[in-house]
Design a protein around this ligand. Structure first.
Ligand code: ADP
Length: 476
């Protein structure tokens, strides 16, 4: 099959979050399976450190008045098609600066959606499937058949829209319709209008042939007001087209037996010894006491979504329960300060590193006994899957992808791989961690659980096959 992914970011070219990991890894996995894969994304000159090499691969594109040049970069089995419109995309960051989003984002990503369609129409052979990701490319399915500026290009090509996080919808005031030169007749309930605003994601949800989320549980949850962010009715209307496919992990990067960042590499065979050495090293790095007490780690964006406020309120109790805690994270200033202040009260028992630090993240996953993820919602979550691979038992709020991947060792002694938090509150976190801590004193049970966790298959092969099956179904 010829498949075009359309996204605002993808590894290894541009990344601000998990979206880039998924688009890049999925494209690569599908390419390795023998499909012809294009990944269409904006060219952020900063991510290439300057203008691209080589010549544009087709004549300049006019996307509703915005001119794009198209560059091609082949990486592994994937053809990255980079859409260059310096006035729109040569900026310090893809979506904004620390002070906020760019005010012309609706214009930028409307132009990108059009340019992506015209680009794919312009390559010899086109594409059999257009696979869009999140609000930045959600206009693609909507515009395909209904935008006169596209002249019917690709109009009947089947489309898939994957929702990676429903909290981001591309919701704007109606003035953007003219500013982005979008057809005014799309400002209706069967287009992108939602309660008097323009909502790009909503338009895509109605127009795409198939919808997916990044875990099966999240696909169910977003049909409810608690998780639907105002789109639950729209999604419910299309629920027969909606399914969930759990993300995979880059198992070459996340592998404790080859990970270059660890004090000692280990596998299932020598996990007890390996993790003990990694734990001692992690404790020393953070000036935590060197003793046998269980060590719980957090590796997370500092955001309300991730329950970091609950962690800050629980640290006194976690330490009182006899655990040590090591936090790595960056994000919201207030949450960072709350965590720093709570850790200051417990030298030797609680420590935090503020910042985005890839190497330290690897050492945290390897050195900790438990990984705490008290997320309020979690479309998929990578942290718990990485933890499992490192023999680190996840302690999670069972929502979204966390519910799909973590089974409680008390409820399922034979198949469990972690612990589920029963009540999402500081007390609930402390209770779950106390329960988890008790397994440390039962070495054979701990070893069994760790080995079971490490044996799980979270590679991209399975999800890529599920997407392949979805495409095949669409093509009949
Ligand atoms: P989200 O994409 O919502 O932030 P995920 O769990 O899907 O959450 O993915 C988070 C990824 O980012 C994981 O790979 C995690 O290791 C990494 N990460 C998060 N915070 C940090 C940090 N401060 N330093 C290094 N890596 C981090």
């Amino acid at each position: 099959m010829r498949i075009a992914h359309i996204a605002s970011e993808a590894v290894p070219i541009a990344k601000t979050g998990g979206l880039a990991d998924v688009t890049g890894a999925l494209a690569k996995a599908l390419g390795r399976m023998g499909h012809r894969i294009f990944l269409v994304m904006p060219l952020y000159r900063r991510s290439l450190n300057g203008p691209p090499d080589g010549e544009p691969v087709m004549p300049e594109i006019d996307a509703g008045g915005f001119r794009f040049r198209v560059f091609r970069k082949r990486i592994g089995p994937v053809d990255y098609l980079l859409l260059d419109a310096p006035r729109l995309f040569a900026r310090p960051g893809p979506y904004g600066t620390p002070d906020g989003d760019y005010p012309d984002n609706p214009v930028r990503f409307a132009a990108f959606a059009r340019a992506a369609i015209l680009t794919i129409a312009g390559i010899a052979g086109g594409a059999d499937i257009l696979h869009c990701h999140d609000w930045q490319s959600a206009l693609v399915p909507l515009l395909l058949g209904r935008d006169p500026a596209l002249g019917g290009a690709m109009a009947s090509t089947p489309t898939v829209l994957t929702i990676h996080n429903l909290a981001y919808q591309g919701s704007f005031e109606p003035w953007v319709i003219d500013a982005a030169r979008l057809p005014r007749n799309l400002f209706t309930p069967d287009g992108f209008e939602l309660y008097g605003t323009v909502n790009y994601l909503k338009g895509g949800i109605l127009a795409a042939d198939r919808l997916t989320t990044v875990s099966p549980r999240y696909a169910q949850e977003i049909l409810t007001p608690a998780f639907g962010y105002g789109l639950e009715k729209v999604l419910t209307a299309r629920k027969d087209r909606l399914s969930g496919i759990l993300n995979g992990l880059d198992t070459a990067v996340w592998n404790p037996s080859t990970d270059p960042h660890l004090a000692r590499n280990y596998s299932r065979r020598d996990v007890t010894r390996g993790k003990r050495i990694c734990r001692t090293a992690l404790a020393a790095e953070l000036f935590l006491d060197d003793d046998d007490s269980p060590l719980v780690a957090i590796v997370s964006r500092m955001a309300e979504q991730k329950g970091i406020d609950l962690v800050a309120a629980a640290i006194d109790g976690i330490v009182a329960a006899g655990l040590r805690i090591a936090v790595l994270g960056a994000g919201d200033d207030d949450l960072q300060n709350d965590i720093v202040n709570a850790c200051r009260r417990h030298p030797g028992r609680a420590a935090v590193r503020i910042g985005y630090d890839e190497a330290h993240a690897h050492r945290s996953y390897a050195g900790a006994d438990f990984l705490l993820m008290p997320s309020r919602f979690e479309p998929c979550g990578l942290g718990q899957m990485i933890a499992l691979r490192y023999g680190t038992l996840p302690v999670v709020n069972p929502v979204g992808g966390l519910a799909d991947t973590v089974r409680d060792l008390a409820a399922e002694p034979e198949t469990g791989n972690g612990f589920r938090i029963a009540a999402l509150s500081p007390e609930g976190l402390i209770a779950a961690l106390s329960r988890a801590a008790s397994i440390i004193w039962n070495p054979s049970r701990l070893l069994q659980a760790r080995r079971r966790a490490m044996a799980e298959d979270h590679a991209w092969t399975r999800p890529a096959r599920q997407y392949e099956a979805l495409y095949a179904e669409l093509l009949g």
